[in-house]
Design a protein around this ligand. Structure first.
Ligand code: FPP
Length: 251
């Protein structure tokens, strides 16, 4: 692929190796390691999360340049409420700022944002900020950016089941397609690639249904250090995989 003019010499080499016809349509990321990144530098965890927000901007720019259609980022899990109140409050503040500050950039770049998760449990001003950004960006079509907030995979599957039960569906009517329409990700293709930073090799209750055939990529790089070079490296690794979907012949 042709590297953008802003690419470094090393990045140009990676771009050239990438096959445009074999890029993932959807990349999902568990952004892990903000706290360790900060600790290594003697900084507060808040500073680590702030650096994590900059890494989000970089990731959005890189997938846009590549022409990848969808990216989903795990920003706050249903389990993250158990963190110390001060840290939860820092994350909420960053989220509120993100919705206020990033809207102009999302509009400028044609990015459509959608929140996945039970956002009704987030503080009211944040809910309003999210709804505002979702509606303002709803006509954008350059990139679908999903942000998982108060998201849990099991919770998502349970709420889909509840919603189906409420419709008194006959068991024979329940197909995978119908089920998927009741998930937060309705209408969004399953991720082709999951990236998790910081060396942990777990799914952590993320997109449990959707990741049935997703390729998993784990890197020791901490999220704030996950730059364009790291994204290109992950994509090259992905292009080396043979996806069989349970069959015997991949492409
Ligand atoms: C993991 O690092 C990261 C998170 C729990 C949250 C990710 C949040 C951001 C990048 C910033 C806020 C997001 C938005 C959309 C504004 P960790 O704290 O688990 O790191 P550690 O494992 O090294 O402690």
């Amino acid at each position: 692929m042709q590297a953008p003019s802003t690419a470094t010499a090393a990045q140009k080499g990676l771009w050239e190796k990438l096959d445009a016809s074999r890029l993932p349509a959807h990349v999902a990321i568990i952004m892990d390691g903000n706290g360790r990144w900060a600790k290594k530098r003697g900084l507060s965890r808040a500073k680590g999360h702030k650096a994590g927000v900059q890494a989000i901007r970089n990731a959005l720019d890189t997938v846009l340049e590549l022409g990848i259609g969808t990216i989903t980022l795990f920003a706050f899990s249903t389990e993250n409420w158990t963190r110390p109140p001060l840290e939860v409050s820092v994350l909420m503040t960053l989220l509120r700022q993100f919705m206020r500050i990033e809207l102009a950039r999302l509009m400028d770049k044609g990015i459509r944002m959608r929140a996945l998760g039970d956002i009704s449990l987030l503080p009211k001003p944040i809910q309003e900020g999210i709804h505002h950004v979702e509606s303002e960006t709803s006509e954008n079509s350059q990139l679908q950016f999903n942000v998982a907030l108060n998201y849990g995979g099991r919770k998502e599957i349970l709420q889909a089941t509840r919603s189906l039960l409420a419709r008194h569906l006959h068991p024979d009517e329940l197909t995978e397609r119908v089920f998927e329409q009741h998930l937060y990700t309705s209408g969004i293709p399953d991720p082709d690639l999951l990236i998790r930073t910081s060396g942990e090799q777990r799914i952590s209750n993320f997109l449990l249904w959707q990741m049935a055939y997703t390729e998993l990529y784990f890197t020791d790089v901490l999220w704030p250090d996950f730059d364009s070079t790291e994204m290109l490296t992950a994509l090259l690794d992905f292009q080396g995989r043979v996806r069989r979907y349970g069959g015997i012949d991949g492409n």
